[in-house]
Design a protein around this ligand. Sequence first.
Ligand code: N01
Length: 556
Amino acid sequence: MSDIDTHTEGGTGSADVDAVVIGAGFSGLYMLHRLRELGLSVRVFEKGDGVGGTWYWNRYPGARCDSESHIYCYSFAEELHEDWEWSERYPEQPEILAYLQFVADRLDLRRDIEFETEVTSATYDESSSTWTVETADGERVSTRFFITAVGCLSKPFRPDFDGLDDFEGEWYHTARWPDEEIDFGDDHVGVIGTGSTGIQFISEVGGRADHLTVFQRTPNYAVPARNRPLGDEEYADIRANYDDIWERARDSRLGMPFDWEQHTAFNLSDEEIEEVLEERWQQGGFRFLHAFEPGYILSNAEINETISEFIREKIREKVDDPETAEKLVPTDHPYGSKRPPMDYNDYYGTYNRDDVTLVDVDEAPIEAFTPDGIRTADDHYDLDTVVFATGFDAMTGALLAIDIEGRDGQTLEAKWEAGPRTYLGLGIHGFPNLFTITGPQSPSVLTNMPMAIEQHVEWIADCIAYMDEQGYDRIEATEDAETQWVQNTNMLAENMLFSEAKSWYRGANVPGKTQVFTPFPGGLDNYREICDRVAGDDYDGFELDRVDDAPTVEGR
Ligand code: N01
């Protein structure tokens, strides 16, 4: 239970705290810090028993971040860079978790975080303009501001296969991995899913199990990450240039400070394009997506096909058996229209091993689990362990898992029945004083996440400071602004190649989910400018007002 006063009257005229934040990952930790700097009282509720969010839960073998470590961290405090050093070009899950623990300690954040506490509902009271947030153990806390920091990829998705209850082996979901080492030594292991997670897992576990069977529905374009230790000299150089690195990352489409060889390929011959791509292939990771300006790659079908074909050829070169190679070659979607995965450990070479089998479950779908394995439309596979690398109910799943009720008794679930509707991914009409960090229709997952998170957290903190300065109690996105923002996001997505893929960006991975493109695809740089303009224009598109029965927060 909380050590703070709670009140149960559903009260008017007072609130327990200024802000409740849900989640103690990258977003929640920084939000807590910024609000505290404003002198506000804050409670953070976190379901896990420690900080970390995504990096608390995703501990599967091979879990690593595809953003480079020197930019996959907070940029706001120099002291954090001075006292932290990443060991590799891409950080492994334990190292990211250790980083977030280090930040929580350094900023003394834990004292305001209640761990192992799941928020089940949040209800808005119009007369006092407060939210009452309720937890699974029945605690109720009233707050002026309700801020979600629940992550975009945090509600795991597991397909509902017949017979799973009868399966006599073990099964795991990568996003709920046990906090202990699993020895696959003598096991026949099956893995379902070949997205970013599956690709990391497969190349890590291939060769560590007696046999690994990969159930692939859609092949992907894995680009070599080219991970390596970060040397002292390289690190000194990063430290010396951090100001410039952050400035370029903030002012970029993807929140990454990488230059491109050429803005477009319009004036290049086929040979010159090939040269650019080969150079970027050698650099690896998201630098490959910067061979040309990423927005151009993601919207020009011709150059995209050239790049897609370049990767397809690389796959064919790496896989010995031509039939297996063709199964691994993606042809159903353009490169980048689904989140591009990274290859850390010779992913494609894994399929040259005798103890690894690729099964095409697009051709012959999984029909059911049996007591000793998986039955597909044309075969049965004996398995001791099955790993679901089947992803997430992305973007909206974690928000809708909380029973959120706004003005006039409207629930978020009802409002979003036909897909999420937000203004800037930050505010929702009908849900005053609710802020959604990296919410739907903000750049979030199309960027280096910490950059998008910092921009949101800082915007929200500035907005609350502005409201307090001006004496406003309530802020709500207008219906018009919201409608225009949703239309704008959809229009941008339709004009890019994203519309050609069945991706989790559009909710296509979860049966029955409304399919609508969810992140804002216009770039973090443009988005930042829009948000700054909105704030500079007295929060254009939001309605701000005073409330007669506005709450006071005790003890502040
Ligand atoms: O999930 P996914 P993920 N039968 O949804 C398959 C981030 N991430 O966990 O493509 C058979 O991409 C599904 O098949 P298909 C990153 O943003 C970040 O891998 O739908 N297969 C697909 O192959 C990433 O994009 C890092 O046809 C089924 C797989 O399961 C996001 O997380 C590291 C199926 C799911 O792939 C999600 O990645 C790792 C079924 N019924 C992940 N249902 C970082 O670097 C689903 N599949 C930070």
